[in-house]
Design a binder for this molecule. Structure first.
Ligand code: GLU
Length: 291
């Protein structure tokens, strides 16, 4: 078993991150007793302008404070742009991509144009892309363009709806079915033509995470259930790129007293703030039900 924790250094880790990292860590530790398990840390810093060195240092400090260790050097996504470019070229070579010049505003304007009987759908990345640039071809790629995956073409390439339905992934969450199946219609309606390469950073979360989980030989992905809707996208990308599919565990989210999920800007619940207040790691573990 090889687990990973993959934070982005865009803020201080909060106790929800602690829960995620420790869940992955404990699974790897339990496995280590029998067959051996590893726990890796990966710094997901593709969004360079939003990432800060001080947050990265705090990630290392907080995780060490919680008692976690990992092999060094850690993988840092900002060092991996060539691997992401290779993967994008593979998908382009399959004829599944198109360049997109739409801004967020273009997308929201296109979606707010009256379309009788059509509900605006939101996917893991926000509003489902209306397909404005879909007729464009990659030969026409401009400097400021993003690259999108045509989900319809991707599904056709993978053998159509019946093949997609037979393609799923294994989920180990406590209350969830064991085998999650994919559905072509909902991939199109609920995910749509996702961005593979953002115009500003040349890659995207979905592409990078799939490429890196494979490069690091991750067998088990442990992350919050807010990420579950993105996993179908990851499964499709793994199939297109010929990469293995890990087992997924989407765990419960840690919420505040009002039931709201924690966010990075929630400094009051950062691990740092509890450390600074003199709490022990065990007390923090107790707060998230892991003591
Ligand atoms: N970098 C992502 C985050 O911090 C990780 C998501 C994942 O584990 O796949 O939310």
């Amino acid at each position: 078993m090889r687990q990973r924790f993959a934070p982005s250094p865009t803020g201080f880790l909060h106790i929800g991150h602690a829960f995620s990292a420790l869940t992955a860590w404990h699974a790897a530790q339990d496995a280590a007793k029998d067959a051996g398990g590893d726990f890796l840390l990966r710094i997901e810093d593709i969004d360079v302008p939003r990432c800060r060195a001080e947050y990265e240092v705090a990630i290392f400090d907080d995780l060490h404070w919680l008692g976690l260790t990992w092999p060094k050097p850690v993988m840092r996504q900002s060092d991996r742009m060539a691997a992401y470019q290779d993967a994008i070229h593979q998908l382009v070579a399959l004829g599944l991509c198109y360049p997109c010049r739409c801004t967020r505003k273009d997308i929201s304007n296109a979606l707010s144009a009256p379309q009788e009987g059509v509900d605006q759908a939101f996917g893991p990345d926000g509003p489902i892309y209306p397909g404005t640039c879909a007729p464009r071809s990659m030969g026409d790629l401009g400097a400021g363009d993003a690259v999108r995956l045509s989900m319809t073409k991707a599904i056709d390439y993978l053998g159509g709806a019946s093949k997609i339905a037979a393609m799923g992934y294994h989920e180990t969450g406590p209350d969830l079915p064991q085998q999650i199946t994919l559905d072509a219609d909902s991939l199109i309606a609920r995910c749509g033509d996702i961005v593979l390469a953002r115009k500003d950073i040349g890659t995207s979360y979905h592409l990078s995470v799939v490429v890196d989980d494979a490069a690091q030989g991750i067998t088990h992905v442990t992350r919050g259930c807010d990420m579950a809707p993105a996993t179908s996208i990851h499964r499709v990308l793994q199939a297109l790129l010929g990469l293995p599919t890990p087992i997924y565990h989407h765990h419960r989210l840690i919420r505040d007293e009002a039931g709201k999920r924690l966010a990075k800007r929630d400094d009051a619940r950062s691990i740092q703030s509890y450390r600074n207040a003199g709490m022990t790691p065990d007390q923090v573990l107790g707060m998230i039900g892991l003591a």
